[in-house]
Design a protein around this ligand. Structure first.
Ligand SMILES: [Zn+2]
Length: 320
């Protein structure tokens, strides 16, 4: 990939997407020293999107076009809400060079004790181009050149993305639990009645009404049942330490939904798929569990022969 293409790629990213790219980039540059700040919750408005505690260096990431206003806002926010800021970095993909900003000079004159840097997507693109290809893949979440490569990336469908705190998953699922509980209670009650009483007519009537009530219930609560987020399954993953923060795992094989844990109690459901690269096939590849590889991708056109071994970052290698 040429550097201008890399610049265009970064320039085309908006809001959280640009932030994701930048965070992965700073992870690659600074390693564990770089601390991300969740963009939701109480830390989100602390005037920083990331920081390095050792060097008291702070990062504000923005893809807003009103750069002059935003940089002043973020700077004031950062120095008032954080103690002892030594370096303030404003990261943007909306200008090419920091020279365009007289506002930066002004901020520097008024705050001589703080080093103020502007990092643009052009800086980042140039640095990324110098990285080894494996690292570029991690930052961009894709390989530079797929040609001649047997790798695919399972992209998350933006339209299917749902982010929610844990409390929301409980709220959205009570109808489902109520449904399961009621059904269980009724089945047990009818069963006990049948054991204690031999009145077959009553038993048949109760079974019949149960069978009729089910579709009626499903009809009226269909939409609410669809929203169910299975919080017990999420809890099981957390308690079993199968879902650490910042990780994403397959949640439901049938619907191909995976779950990402953004923060301790904040999650995103993703629906990931890739285009099959088997010659002549243009099917979609979805994720499945596998005993051998943990995660595999299977093509909708041929689940047995078009199979991909998938890693934790959702890159799949075609198994021929
Ligand atoms: Zn295929």
């Amino acid at each position: 990939m040429e550097i201008d293409l890399m610049e265009m790629l970064l320039e085309g990213k908006h809001s959280f997407e640009f932030q994701d790219y930048c965070e992965r980039y700073f992870d690659a540059i600074y390693g564990i020293e770089f601390q991300r700040v969740a963009s939701y919750g109480s830390n989100g408005d602390g005037g920083k999107d990331g920081y390095i505690p050792q060097s008291k260096e702070y990062f504000a990431i923005s893809s807003r076009s009103d750069v002059k206003t935003k940089i002043r806002q973020d700077f004031v926010n950062c120095v008032t809400k954080n103690y002892n800021v030594e370096i303030f970095n404003f990261v943007t993909n909306r200008i090419s060079t920091s020279d365009e900003l007289a506002v930066v000079d002004k901020l520097r004159i008024h705050n001589p004790n703080i080093k103020i840097n502007v990092i643009t997507h052009k800086h980042i693109a140039a640095k990324i181009m110098q990285m080894p290809s494996q690292q570029i893949r991690t930052v961009l979440c894709r390989s530079l050149d797929f040609q001649g490569d047997n790798t695919v990336f399972f992209k998350a469908d933006e339209k299917e993305k749902i982010s929610f705190p844990f409390s929301q998953s409980v709220k959205d699922s009570y109808v489902y639990y109520l449904f399961v509980m009621t059904l269980l209670t009724l089945v047990i009650a009818i069963g006990i009645y049948y054991i204690w009483s031999s009145n077959e007519w009553v038993w048949k009537m109760s079974m019949m009404s149960l069978l009729c009530a089910l579709p009626i219930f499903l009809y009226f609560y269909k939409e609410k049942l669809k929203k169910t987020k299975f919080p017990h399954k999420i809890l099981y993953l957390i308690l079993g330490e199968k879902l650490p923060v910042e990780r994403e795992v397959l949640f439901d094989e049938q619907t191909h939904i995976s779950i990402r844990r953004n923060g301790p109690w904040h999650f995103t459901f993703n629906k990931r798929s890739a285009d099959c690269i088997k010659k002549g096939c243009c099917g979609k590849v979805y994720l499945y569990r596998s005993e051998e590889y943990n995660l595999v991708g299977r093509c909708e056109n041929d689940k047995i022969n078009h199979v991909y071994k998938v890693d934790g970052n959702f890159y799949g290698d075609l198994l021929s």
